[in-house]
Ligand binder design. Structure first.
Ligand code: MUC
Ligand code: MG
Length: 385
């Protein structure tokens, strides 16, 4: 039995700027740097839980930016959290959801930290709080997004050689559809049957453009098309899903269980990209997965290009899914130039291996984070981690 209550004593939110290994080009933004948003919740029993709320391209991808997430946690969430009983994560999250609208990423980070702490308290991996693992490793796709076809082909060959990835997602939508089709066809021709090639349009096309392009993507050997049109256009997505030979995946259209139900009930997508942050946290993402599996929609483990923390939190949950037909894209840490863990995550044989230790199962390199955090780099005097 765990003695309770165990009060939450402190909540710290840290912005960490980390350059990417190369420019990462999406239709909505080009990333040269990722801003990790990390949160630490310290509890009266000496246990600290960690969570992450990282997003892509400032405000280009979603309606929360790293800076707004930090401000909202520091100003609203942290004062409410302090003094609450850390052994009751469900009760705490219910209170936060009732008190604060939106803020899915902030809520995800807080929920992850609470579950990390609780699982450490119980001495079990976080996955055990979500029904237990079905698998100890998940397949990981790589995104080719340098913006240059030749460079992407070289990168794909390297990844195959290293046995790191054999599924490639191409970011398209910034150029004219015909140019994108040529790009996809060239990459698929170069890797052949050794690799799967998928595309993510990040909402860039109109329905008419999508109809034109989908047929040609099928001919080029593409096997999955992600979020071809605007997130709000559910009827359009349903139309494309019903007409397309290639499976269609919902990503930006999926902000948690309510969207999952709306999309699944009309089969407006063949596959769901489940993301813990977009779902408002691990429990929201677990509900999204349950809705998908109950309605014949396949699952894919998505990412917001989080660092090691958010990546392993996602993996802990995805490892509990009964089926994960399209694998995952949990490669975020591999896109970054800095390692923030004492021992890096294990990517082997096209997969990410899950750690066995309690909670998230990772150990953060606090000195490294201390050096990289934005406020200390700007000379502010802050409480040391
Ligand atoms: C997205 O839209 O899926 C995932 C991989 C990547 O390169 O970008 C993200 C976001
Ligand atoms: Mg996507």
């Amino acid at each position: 039995m765990i003695p309770s209550p165990i009060q939450i004593q402190a909540v710290d939110t840290i912005l960490v700027d980390v350059p990417t290994i190369r420019p990462h080009r999406l239709s909505v933004a080009t990333m040269n740097c990722q801003v990790l948003v990390l949160i630490r919740i310290q509890c009266a029993d000496g246990i600290a839980g960690w969570g992450e709320a990282t997003t892509i391209g400032g405000l280009a991808y979603g309606e929360e930016s790293p800076e707004s997430i930090k401000t909202n946690i520091d100003t609203y969430f942290a004062p409410m959290l302090k003094g609450l009983d850390a052994t009751r994560p469900g009760q705490i999250m219910a209170k936060l959801r009732e008190s604060f609208q939106g803020n899915r990423f902030a809520k995800c980070a807080i929920e992850t930290a609470l579950f990390d702490a609780q699982a450490r308290r119980f001495g079990v991996p976080l996955s055990e709080l979500f029904g237990g693992r079905v698998t100890d490793s998940v397949e990981v796709a790589w995104t080719l997004a340098s913006g240059d076809t030749g460079r992407d082909i070289d990168e794909a060959h390297q990844m195959l050689e290293m046995k790191r990835h054999r599924v490639f997602k191409l970011k398209i939508g910034a150029r004219a559809p015909a140019d994108d089709i040529a790009h996809v066809a060239a990459i698929k021709a170069a890797v052949g049957e050794r690799a799967q090639v998928r595309v993510d349009v990040n909402q860039a096309w109109s329905q008419a453009e999508a109809l034109w392009a989908i047929e040609r993507l099928a001919d080029a050997g593409c096997d999955l098309i992600e979020q071809p049109i605007a997130a709000e256009d559910r009827r359009g997505l349903k139309r494309l899903t019903h007409l397309s030979k290639v499976p269609i995946m919902a990503d930006e259209a999926l902000h948690g269980p309510v969207d999952a139900f709306a999309l699944a009930s009309t089969h407006a997508a063949d596959v769901f990209a489940v993301k813990i942050a977009q779902s408002g946290g691990l429990t929201g993402a677990a509900s999204v997965a349950a809705i998908a599996l109950a309605s014949g929609v396949d699952l894919y483990g998505g990412t917001m290009l989080e660092g090691a923390l958010g990546t392993i939190a996602s993996a802990q949950l995805f490892s509990t899914f009964r089926e994960l037909k399209w694998g995952t894209e949990l490669f975020g840490p591999l896109l970054l130039t800095e390692e923030i863990l004492v021992e890096p995550l294990r990517y082997e044989n096209f997969s990410l291996k899950l750690p066995q230790g309690p909670g998230l199962g990772i150990q953060l390199d606090l000195d490294k984070i201390e050096r990289l955090r934005r406020d200390t780099k700007r000379g502010a005097s802050v409480v040391k981690l």
